[in-house]
Design a protein around this ligand. Structure first.
Ligand code: ATP
Ligand code: MG
Length: 262
């Protein structure tokens, strides 16, 4: 029996008990196509509260597309996605749901001349709650301070964002993702284009955030070692989910070798 199958058995066993945790993300039979090209298909995935899910797969295997379909940034050709019990495709539900998740997209290069301070960039993460037109109040700034403390950049809050290094900017984007105190955090390759040391530092920070909060994290990463050592579940993609299970399982190594080295 594969880990995926074992997972299914475990979930259905739990499902029959009264204390069953319900998945907070349910992806059912999702297919996403760009024009006529199918990017991902046959996607079924349940994610539970407080899980730390690591999604890996070769370039072009549909990892970012999967995240975008979950957060409602691309419409599936087929299938359904529910977050916290709400269908994201239902008119109006996405607006309310945005307050409940944070998302760090794959490419967040910031123009050196972008005229915003670090605290303002983090504050943008509050717009889904406060709206675009209300100015931030004292409580909002306290949340911004707290998010910057978590990423250890509180002393940078009044600096222009463009004056920070790539790694520091990436931490600011993580702070922006958590400032709203979301229930779920989606991170799409938060360390791409960073040197090894800075990348490790950011990954350690993500682990710390997961350990210290109730946050459910879905991380896309090519850092297989990190996924192995830190994630509670690995999902390996190649346009569809080819394997999911405990990343410490030997089978994960076999799958990685098969998918990446074929
Ligand atoms: N906006 C788009 N328009 C057309 N095709 C797209 C678009 N975004 C992605 N694709 C295609 O969909 C497929 C999956 O892309 P996706 O970005 O999801 O892969 P990925 O696994 O995140 O890759 P990477 O590891 O390089 O980030 C690729 O073939 C890609 O070319
Ligand atoms: Mg990607």
């Amino acid at each position: 029996m594969t880990s995926k199958e074992i997972n299914k058995v475990n979930n259905s066993t739990v499902a029959s008990s009264s204390k069953t945790p319900k998945p907070i993300i349910c992806v059912h039979d999702v297919v996403v196509a760009y024009q006529s090209n199918v990017a991902i298909f046959d996607i079924n995935l349940d994610i539970f509260r407080n899980e730390f899910v690591g999604i890996c797969g070769p370039n072009g295997s549909g990892k970012s597309t999967l995240l975008k379909s979950i957060i409602g940034a691309v419409d599936p050709l087929k299938g359904t996605v529910k977050i916290l019990g709400e269908d994201i495709l239902k008119k109006g539900s996405l607006h309310g749901l945005r307050k409940k998740f944070g998302y760090l997209p794959q490419k967040t290069e910031i123009d050196r001349n972008f005229p915003a301070l670090v605290k303002d960039v983090v504050g943008m993460g509050l717009y889904s709650t406060v709206g675009l037109f209300r100015s931030l109040n004292k409580k909002d700034y306290e949340r911004i301070d707290r998010a910057l403390e978590i990423v250890e950049l509180d002393q940078f809050k009044d600096r222009p964002i463009g004056h920070l290094s790539g790694g520091q900017q990436q931490k600011v984007m993580i702070a922006r993702g958590i400032v709203n105190e979301p229930e779920i955090l989606f991170l799409d390759e938060p360390t791409s284009a960073l040197d090894f040391k800075v990348a490790r530092n950011i990954m350690t920070l993500i682990r710390k955030i997961h350990e210290e909060t109730e946050l459910t994290i879905i991380l896309v990463s090519h850092d297989i070692d990190f996924i192995k050592n830190n994630c509670s579940r690995a999902v390996c993609m190649n346009r569809r989910i080819v394997w999911e299970g405990n990343p410490k399982d030997e089978e994960f190594d076999e799958v990685i070798n098969r998918v990446f080295l074929k």
